[in-house]
Design a protein around this ligand. Structure first.
Ligand SMILES: Nc1ncnc2c1ncn2[C@@H]1O[C@H](COP(=O)(O)OP(=O)(O)OP(=O)(O)O)[C@@H](O)[C@H]1O
Length: 914
């Protein structure tokens, strides 16, 4: 066994308590790391690795960071998903004989950082704890920086747990080891890496005293267990009081619209699918908040749309009012602009890390509250009045800060200069002693100049030698003997002290020390006084955030011409002139084409949308879902008119999110999503499936698509929007009462296809896939080859179709082979060069397609076939068949050359007369 030095032994002992973290071990002005920590940290932080004799024979790897710049290094490690345990010296080395005691004062983990540089202003930083008790899974989510703590539970199953975790996008998940193992296997949405910490220790007593007996006993036992684990973890890592955690918000998952993680992603509620950025998401569009707490509340609301009509109406009332009151909105915005992040300031006050500037920010924020309250009270909106009435201005807190803290305090709380004159008598005395001491020194300087006649003589101060009299070398001769004691020699000058200067210096410095100590203690007293009022400040912060959300939603609603949705408890969803809020806003030029939606018992609750690629199907389906989400968070919606029933859950199966899932095929993901949907959807749900069944062979895909649509129709009975490339599925309208065919209109002009983005009744029959490939810039050689192949495929399908008309999928016309496919548009199959570019435009609306024969723009082909049944052979094909059969039956061996000539001439004649 290696025998280490006492210091390294101490290090090893402390490290035992922080095995999964880097141990920042304080040695003087540095935090040092040793052994494996040093090896890894030197790589991760790109700092020099050195070695140190530690008594074990070989040098111990070591690296370190200066304590005053440690925050930056800690931040980097946390962002990489590590934990950092801070080990401080507990005794003053100057006054301690032997080795100072050291211990961990805090463990910084990704879910418990308090540093404002690490956590973004407008997002929460959640630590989530998950546990399982008697078949019930519980989840507690806590943001230490704001003091929020939410807890919920539901019958244990990974899917819904994963969904609930997804809402919080935690930085760290702790809890039951088995559950964590299960979750690790699942891909959780969220841009950041998640740190998992198995954790089973609980602290019921601490939790009880943290939240009070009443709140504690009201919690269901599985939730209480979960919170007790969380509190134990926080106790172990933070090692200080957590006054900001004053309330538990316990909720039922069923009280909110359920949006699984992929639906959230697909609908791009808070970030875009591709770039994973806020820009381009619904949150980005709706966020016109002025405060960070407002921004965070808005995000929470988007994550959890309500299911209770009265609560939604309450929100809509405020938005409605502000929507129509521009001036009031502006006044509110002006007041809100001046309010700092009360939640995080309060968090820092409770945590003991707030400085003088934080308290001033709190004071300045509180100064805005009376005006904000007054605006709410006089607003005429019942909701805003209710909030106004409930606002506690916290004027007493504002006054104490005002009385205590100077207007521009320094960052440090240890060096004095924070407390206002007149706040504390003893401090004022010390200050005047110090000031008069300095005055005395100034007088002494003048007096010494007089006595010695040295004009350049000056009295200065430095930390090592204290006060001194400085005389330049050339003037030394003028200095009287005896009284001056030499202290320091410089190149050009000498420094001296006198007994009276030393005496006064002791007094001045003592006063200064006392002053800074007293200032610090007065400051901490004030901070503790405020910490005792945390619940008041938190409740105020909540109200400010809520007002901010309303003004923001009202502003964006007015600007984007949204309307108040009419919420109903019924089934029918009716939207007139609906728009996709984000696509519309991004287009900016007013070119977005509005589309209505009717998903009603009478007019059909399933809309089956066919139409070419790029026609706007996905945009349309997302727009309907977004309108429902917006209505249920209490926002106006992008439409001319909208009657929205309460939707309990939205399922989306939209291709774009496939890339999120590693290791699973697109088809398996689609099927897994559909499985969840079949199990969980209720008649009050909204289902959105984009390109159903596309991940497998055509015939199987079509068969599954039909079976799923039938299931949704017969078994679930909810509203659904389904888009498909299988135009053949349009026949379902005949057998399913509640299904209606729609398509996205396109206009063909020359060799161009114009997407009209208009939803029209009836099915489409063209895909324009190759056309879109050309738009995307694929090489012409590929495009040409694709058109050629398509033509061949369609021809052979047409021949097979003509020979046998029995459908491969019951009730689905036309498909014969698994690889085969119904003829696509002749427009797409023929040469892309138009025969007559000036030909009249044709709107390929759907229903009328059966009556109106669509004009082909690509030459003199036969008109396209209707969607039902296989195409009969073309004239060309008939002719070819005749020629082939004439050649086959001709008896060449018994023909004269003239007869053979005659036959050939005959065949040529037939071809000419075609
Ligand atoms: N109503 C609309 N008005 C204006 N532009 C629109 C409209 N709907 C969609 N678009 C634009 O058309 C493009 C294609 O839309 P979308 O992705 O919805 O088509 P799609 O039919 O789902 O295509 P695909 O089948 O290839 O996925 C989008 O980039 C969008 O900006």
């Amino acid at each position: 066994m290696a025998k280490y030095t006492p210091m390294i032994e101490q290090y090893l002992q402390v490290k035992e308590g922080a095995k999964d973290a880097f141990l920042f071990f304080r040695l003087g002005d540095f935090y040092e790391m040793f052994f494996d920590d040093a090896l890894l940290a030197s790589k991760e932080l790109e700092i020099t690795l050195t070695g140190r004799e530690g008594g074990g024979g070989e040098k111990i790897p070591m690296c370190g960071v200066p304590y005053h710049s440690a925050e930056g290094y800690i931040q980097r490690l946390i962002e990489k998903g590590y934990k950092v345990a801070i080990c401080e010296q507990l005794d003053d080395p100057a006054t301690t004989k032997g080795m100072v005691r050291r211990d961990i004062v805090r463990v910084v983990t990704p879910g418990t950082v308090m540093d404002g540089r690490i956590v973004a202003d407008k997002t929460n930083n959640y630590l989530v704890c998950v546990t399982e008790l008697e078949e019930m899974a519980a989840l507690a989510a806590c943001d230490l920086t704001t003091g929020e703590l939410y807890v919920t539970s539901s019958p244990a199953e990974t899917d819904s747990l994963r969904g609930e975790i997804g809402i919080y996008e935690p930085a760290e998940i702790i809890g039951d080891p088995q559950l964590l193992e299960l979750l690790k296997g699942e891909t959780l949405p969220g841009a950041r890496p998640v740190v998992y910490t198995p954790w089973e220790k609980r602290d019921d007593e601490q939790a009880r005293s943290q939240f009070g007996e009443g709140a504690w006993t009201r919690l269901e036992k599985e939730r209480a267990r979960c919170v007790a684990l969380l509190i134990a973890y926080l106790g172990e890592t933070q090692r200080r009081s957590l006054g900001q955690l004053s309330q538990i918000s316990s909720y039922e998952p069923g009280h909110y619209m359920i949006l699984d993680p992929f639906t959230r992603r697909n609908l791009e509620l808070t970030e875009t699918v591709r770039e994973r950025s806020k820009k381009g998401s619904l949150l980005w569009l709706l966020d016109r908040t002025e405060t960070s707490m407002g921004a965070r509340l808005l995000r929470r609301r988007i994550d959890k749309p309500l299911l209770q009509r009265s609560a939604i109406e309450r929100r809509l009332d405020a938005v409605d009012h502000l929507y129509h009151q521009f001036i009031l909105r502006e006044d509110l915005r002006l007041a809100l602009k001046e309010i700092y992040d009360l939640e995080r300031l309060t968090g820092r006050v409770a945590y003991g890390s707030a400085n003088g500037r934080d308290l001033n920010a709190l004071k300045l924020s509180l100064e805005q509250i009376p005006a904000l309250k007054e605006l709410c009270l006089s607003s005429g909106s019942a909701t805003l009045r209710e909030i106004g009435n409930a606002i506690d201005e916290c004027a007493d807190l504002r006054e104490v800060i005002q009385a205590a803290i100077v207007d521009d305090p320094p960052v440090s709380v240890r060096d004095g200069g924070m407390i206002r004159p007149g706040y504390h008598e003893r401090l004022d005395e010390l200050r005047s002693a110090s000031t008069s001491g300095k005055q005395w020194i100034a007088e002494l300087e003048a007096q010494e100049r007089r006595i010695t006649g040295i004009k350049s003589l000056k009295i200065g101060y430095n930390k090592v030698f204290g006060y001194y009299i400085e005389v330049t070398r050339s003037n030394l001769g003028a200095l009287p003997e005896g009284r001056y004691e030499r202290k320091q020699t410089l190149a050009n000058a000498e420094r001296f002290v006198t007994p009276e200067l030393k005496e006064k210096e002791a007094l001045i410095l003592e006063a200064q020390d006392k002053m800074t100590d007293l200032e610090y203690s007065l400051f901490t007293q004030l901070r503790e006084l405020l910490a005792a009022q945390i619940p008041r400040l938190q409740s105020l912060a909540e109200k400010v955030a809520e007002i901010d959300v309303y003004q923001g939603l009202a502003s964006v609603s007015a600007e984007q011409r949204f309307v108040r949705p009419a919420l109903t408890d019924g089934f029918d969803l009716t939207i007139e002139g609906g728009r996709h809020p984000v696509v519309e806003a991004v287009l900016r030029d007013g070119s977005f084409i509005a589309n209505g939606s009717r998903l009603t018992k009478e007019d059909g609750r399933i809309t089956l949308i066919t139409g070419p690629n790029m026609a706007g199907k996905s945009t349309y389906m997302r727009q309907v879902a977004l309108i429902c989400v917006m209505a249920q968070i209490g926002c106006f919606v992008p439409a001319d008119r909208a009657e929205v029933p309460l939707i309990d859950r939205i399922f989306t199966r939209i291709g774009a999110a496939d890339d999120l899932i590693g290791g699973q095929s697109t088809f398996m993901v689609e099927m897994a999503d559909i499985q969840v949907m079949t199990e969980k959807a209720t008649p009050r749900s909204l289902i959105i499936i984009d390109e159903l069944g596309r991940g497998t062979s055509t015939s199987e895909g079509m068969a599954i698509a039909q079976a799923v649509i039938e299931f949704v129709h017969h078994e679930i009975g909810c509203k659904a929007l389904v888009s498909t490339h299988f135009h053949e599925l349009a026949h379902l309208e005949d057998s399913l009462d509640s299904l209606r065919n729609y398509s996205m209109a396109v206009q063909e002009s020359g060799d161009k296809v114009n997407f009209l983005r208009k939803l029209i009744p009836g099915a489409a029959d063209s895909s324009y896939g190759i056309y879109c490939a050309r738009l995307a810039g694929l090489p012409e050689s590929i495009i040409g080859r694709a058109y050629g192949l398509l033509q061949a495929i369609e021809q052979s399908a047409a021949e097979v179709g003509a020979a046998a008309a029995a459908p491969a999928v019951p009730g689905t016309a036309g498909e014969k082979t698994s690889a085969g496919r119904m003829p696509l548009s002749a427009a797409a199959t023929a040469s892309p060069e138009p025969a007559d570019a000036g030909e009249a435009l044709t709107v390929t609306s759907a229903r009328d397609r059966e009556e109106v024969v669509q004009l082909s723009i690509f030459g003199d082909e036969e008109p396209r076939k209707g969607r039902k049944g296989a195409a009969p052979p073309t004239r060309e094909q008939e002719l070819a068949a005749e020629v082939v059969s004439a050649l086959e039956t001709a008896d060449l061996m018994n023909m004269t050359p003239l007869q053979a000539m005659q036959l050939l001439n005959d065949l040529k004649g037939r071809i000419r007369s075609r």
